[in-house]
Design a protein around this ligand. Structure first.
Ligand SMILES: Nc1nc2c(ncn2[C@@H]2O[C@H](COP(=O)(O)OP(=O)(O)OP(=O)(O)O)[C@@H](O)[C@H]2O)c(=O)[nH]1
Length: 216
């Protein structure tokens, strides 16, 4: 069974590869701000769960009709989105060093919820046969960093391009005390949630395995 990943996220791609799945990845090309603004104009401010689900669905649906590998899509299309809820505010990627610094001064030594949305479309036989989606959340608790560590971390550039301005699986790892929930949710794609969604579409999880993870 082919899995199409509507995402440019290196972490989502790596998470699937480590789980034995080499997806066909394609950029969803969704204007996330416009999608959120249009929905909020209709129904007011979105909660974190609603926002990540809205964007995950928009990204997956953006691939319908596309031919990511030069062939019509025949398999499952997965879209994802992540956001960090802390101090009552929902944060995506900081993009700018000053924004990342403000985020860290606010969240240092504290905690927040990393929400990841998932939308899975059954696109077999040349048509959409159904779709399922679910958000998952993990609580992340931070160590207390000193100012020099915060500045040095931001100077690496890593925090600028990840939701919440931290990673758990890279340079940010030592700054994370605890994760309560599925760790892959924090990275951007909950494998346990994805397995649930695959099974809800009547597909056997092992049918997705198409690569042997690197040993060691
Ligand atoms: N490696 C790593 N990446 C993280 C972590 N937390 C969040 N991210 C990444 O932060 C990014 C959140 O931005 P999103 O808008 O969800 O996704 P994106 O990277 O823009 O990619 P698209 O799916 O193409 O929109 C994703 O790429 C997540 O994988 C983490 O702990 N580790």
């Amino acid at each position: 069974m082919r899995l199409y990943l509507a995402s440019t996220s290196p972490a989502r791609l790596q998470t699937l590869r480590a789980a034995g799945i080499e997806p066909i990845a394609a950029p969803p090309g969704v204007d996330e701000e416009a999608v959120v603004a249009a929905r909020e104009a209709e129904s007011g401010p979105l909660a974190a769960r609603e926002m990540v689900q809205l964007l995950a669905q928009a990204k997956a649906e953006a691939l319908i009709g596309a031919e990511p590998d030069g062939e019509p899509i025949d398999g499952l299309i997965l879209g994802g989105d992540s956001a960090f809820l802390t101090g009552g505010a929902i944060h995506g990627k900081p993009h700018l060093p000053d924004v990342a610094k403000q985020r860290w001064l606010a969240q240092n030594g504290g905690h927040g919820e990393l929400w990841s949305g998932h939308w899975l479309i059954d696109h077999r036989g040349g048509r959409v046969n159904g779709a399922v989606g679910r958000a998952d959340v993990a609580t992340v608790r931070f160590a207390a960093l000193d100012d020099a560590e915060i500045d040095a971390y931001i100077a690496t550039g890593e925090p600028l391009l990840v939701a919440g301005a931290f990673t758990i699986d890279s340079l940010g790892g030592p700054f994370i005390r605890r994760v309560e929930g599925d760790p892959s949710t924090v990275v951007g794609l909950s494998l346990s949630t994805l397995r649930d969604l695959v099974r809800e579409l009547g597909v056997a999880w092992p049918s997705l395995w198409n690569r042997r993870p690197e040993a060691g």
